[in-house]
Ligand binder design. Structure first.
Ligand code: SF4
Ligand code: SF4
Length: 712
């Protein structure tokens, strides 16, 4: 299961020689993998490359025909370790994850892979989640490439270039015996375009044609001393020059000519389109990207090719380095190369452009205008270019002012989310027992850090909440509460959090949100899902796993039962029993449930079968208008409307059409002893005779009562 099905699009993966492939960047990467003859693929989902895993799952049949093994890994470390198959065998393999966080998780395996190096091409496709739309800490993956001696491809967001870099990336890996990272920013993942396809290739050794014998023992291929000392030398003395020679020979980087010969721009491939657009807006390029400023585009971000850098800079007075984020790795490396060669080109980079943050279109426009101002190249009117940028950006303050009154819209749980009631219960519990330290985690439940809950003291990583509370427990009087999703539990939390807690005989309360999927990344299956991509239940349970680890105090509560959740939370916080107390909060991800239920209902309706939908509502004659229900729920379907009573000016609560009938409103009103204004209604389609009889009966009784009410 996944947020979006690519079942239709994956048909394009069957295209052969000369046919035109049209589609999204992610799909193009998958096609390039098949054209490259991969033997195995795997990964762990996360934006902006979640779709890559989803595409791979949807393309399993096609991959099966080619003998490609697909592994949906439980975390990024297992995905990275999978590349170990390429150390000894001539197998091409690719894995994917979200970076920087996924690369952090995979770091150990990556170091141990990069040290012995590889025989078959090994590629890591990383979704570089850097910039304004990111959901994680702002760091770059570049540092990993640098420290491990892995090569980093950062292709220009253009389908033929992306596909070529995937194909050449495997060759580069094999030519230099080093793993290769291919970085895709969010725009590159979703860029659309076309390229001329090639036939898919089956690997010579694969699941269809396995090797007769395993690899020989070779101590030199183990990341163990003394081999590691040799590996370090090999990285610098052989693999690096081999990678640079390959990149030079195969022209991985691109040179774009321009008539303004005394200046130039060196840009990391992923940022090329933004540079091109900024130049066009400043009148320095046409709409097709033909620029007046010469550009050296680094599709291979690491390593640099010193000869190419020097030949580009030689004769230029000023060169701008466009490299997002900090520190300025590329700028420093280029400065060193030029200094060593005594080339006097002045380097601009951080200064003209900001030291941190995404280089959006607006930032790039200003940065390039600053560069033109400082470089003042011959052949153009630099002050006019700067004035143009000022005009283009001048409307911003006025636009910002006109938007000032718009209320902020923080992200929120989906309507009917099963995790919202847990935080409503937590809020009610805290009213009684006081504020508690809440160690939160990565996942949908982190929406509780926003209003109306505003809960959560720290986020240390995926599956890390319980571990992050370890030193809080002895230092704060009340027990900390750690919140973890079932995705986080299997990703890391079981060992890092639970095992560590039990091993150290710590106290504390852990809530595991068991919604059945890794929901935040698009409802992919995980070990305790009710089913799997193979169609059968994986057979791993959170409860029995925890009990087998030695958890004694364990309760399972349905999330929507707010009163029971409050009672259980209070018990967990107050019990004199020491040790870990786990509450498994059960409730299927509502987004996944709605997708499933809507499809089932559509089939039933078509067949003329009875379908019942539950809705909740507010009786606006009873609603007092104090909005406690909204403050305890935060459901987007629970809003306000003008009071029908002219004597009451406060708006009343109202449930809108998007309500999915989860029942939280009523539960909260009951658990918090709020006004009795919520009602539950059933919408019946294809009603049967009994439904019709009941309806008539109710209408009649209401009819009898109504006149009496009026009379009264
Ligand atoms: S995706 Fe599922 S778990 Fe996540 S907020 Fe939506 S309903 Fe809740
Ligand atoms: S029942 Fe209430 S909380 Fe649940 S979806 Fe409807 S409005 Fe939202």
């Amino acid at each position: 299961m996944a947020e979006r099905s690519f079942a239709k699009e994956v048909e394009a993966l069957k295209l052969g020689d000369g046919e035109i492939f049209r589609g999204e960047g992610i799909l193009a990467v998958t096609k390039a993998l098949l054209q490259s003859g991969v033997a195995y693929v795997g990964g762990y989902q996360g934006a902006p490359v979640s779709h890559l895993i989803d595409v791979l799952v949807d393309a399993e049949d096609i991959m099966g025909e080619l003998g490609v093994h697909l592994e949906t890994c439980t975390n990024e470390a297992s995905a990275a370790a999978m590349l170990g198959a390429s150390i000894h065998y001539p197998l091409r393999g690719a894995v994917t994850w979200k970076s920087i966080v996924g690369t952090n998780v995979a770091a150990d395996a990556l170091s141990n892979l990069a040290s012995p190096g590889v025989m078959g091409g090994a590629m890591i496709i990383i979704g570089e989640d850097y910039g304004e739309g990111a959901s994680i800490i702002q760091e770059r993956s570049y540092a990993y490439a640098l420290k491990c001696s892995m090569w980093l491809l950062d292709p220009r967001p253009d389908l033929p270039t992306i596909v070529r870099m995937v194909e050449k990336g495997f060759e580069l890996s094999e030519a230099s015996h080093a793993p290769v990272m291919l970085e895709l920013r969010i725009r590159a993942c979703h860029v659309t375009g076309a390229f001329t396809a090639k036939n898919n290739r089956a690997s010579a050794q694969s699941g269809l044609t396995p090797a007769e014998t395993p690899a020989n023992f070779d101590y030199g291929r183990l990341s163990h001393p003394p081999s590691t000392f040799l590996h370090e030398k090999l990285k610098v003395e052989e693999r690096l020059p081999a990678a640079q020679a390959f990149a030079r020979e195969h022209k991985l980087n691109e040179f774009f000519e321009g008539d303004l010969k005394d200046i130039g721009i060196i840009v990391l491939g992923g940022l090329y389109n933004t540079v091109s657009r900024a130049l066009a807006r400043l009148g320095l390029a046409d709409a097709f990207g033909n620029a007046r400023v010469p550009i050296y585009c680094l599709n291979l971000a690491y390593p640099l090719i010193p000869d190419e850098v020097k030949s580009f800079c030689l004769g230029k007075k000023h060169v701008l380095i466009v490299e997002e984020g900090s520190p300025e790795f590329v700028e420093q490396a280029i400065s060193t190369e030029l200094r060593r060669a005594d080339i006097q080109t002045r380097i601009h980079g951080k200064g003209a452009l900001p030291k941190a943050g995404e280089y959006t279109g607006e930032v790039m426009l200003r940065g390039i205008a600053n560069f033109i101002r400082d470089a003042s190249p011959a052949g153009i009117d630099a002050p006019a270019i700067v004035a143009k940028a000022d005009t283009l950006l001048g409307h911003k303050p006025a636009a910002a002012k006109s938007l000032a009154d718009l209320p902020p819209r923080p992200p929120n749980f989906c309507t009917g989310c099963p995790e919202r009631p847990v935080f409503a219960a937590l809020k009610l519990t805290q009213r009684e027992i006081g504020r508690t330290h809440i160690s939160t985690d990565i996942g949908c439940h982190s929406f509780a850090t926003f209003a109306p809950f505003s809960m959560g003291n720290s986020i240390l990583g995926y599956g890390m909440s319980l571990a992050a509370a370890a030193a809080v427990t002895p230092n704060v009087k009340s027990r900390p509460i750690s919140v973890m999703g079932d995705g986080g539990f299997w990703h890391n939390g079981l060992i890092t959090g639970v095992a560590s807690n039990l091993f150290n005989k710590n106290d504390g309360v852990l809530i595991v949100m068991a919604n059945g999927y890794t929901s935040a990344t698009g409802q992919q299956y995980m070990p305790s899902s009710a089913t799997s991509r193979q169609g059968t239940a994986p057979g791993m349970e959170i409860e029995s796993t925890l009990r087998s680890f030695g958890v004694k105090w364990l309760r399972k509560v349905r999330t929507y039962h707010v009163a029971e959740m409050v009672k259980t939370l209070k018990e967990a916080m107050k019990t004199p029993i020491e040790g870990l107390k786990v509450i498994i909060a059960e409730g299927e991800c509502q987004l996944a449930r709605q997708r499933r239920v809507r499809a089932e209902d559509a089939v039933k309706l078509k067949a003329g079968e009875r379908v019942v939908r539950t809705k909740f509502g507010v009786d606006d004659e009873i609603c007092t208008g104090d909005h406690s229900c909204i403050r305890l729920s935060g459901c987007p379907s629970l809003t306000v409307k003008p009071s029908p009573d002219p004597l009451r000016t406060d708006p009343v609560a109202a449930v809108i059409e998007s309500c999915v009938g989860c029942g939280l409103c009523g539960e909260v009103a009951h658990a918090a002893v709020l006004c009795p204004s919520f009602y539950r209604a059933e919408l019946i389609q294809n009603a049967n005779a009994w439904d019709r009889f009941l309806h008539r009966l109710r209408q009649t009784v209401i009819g009898w009562l109504a006149p009496k009410q009026v009379a009264a």
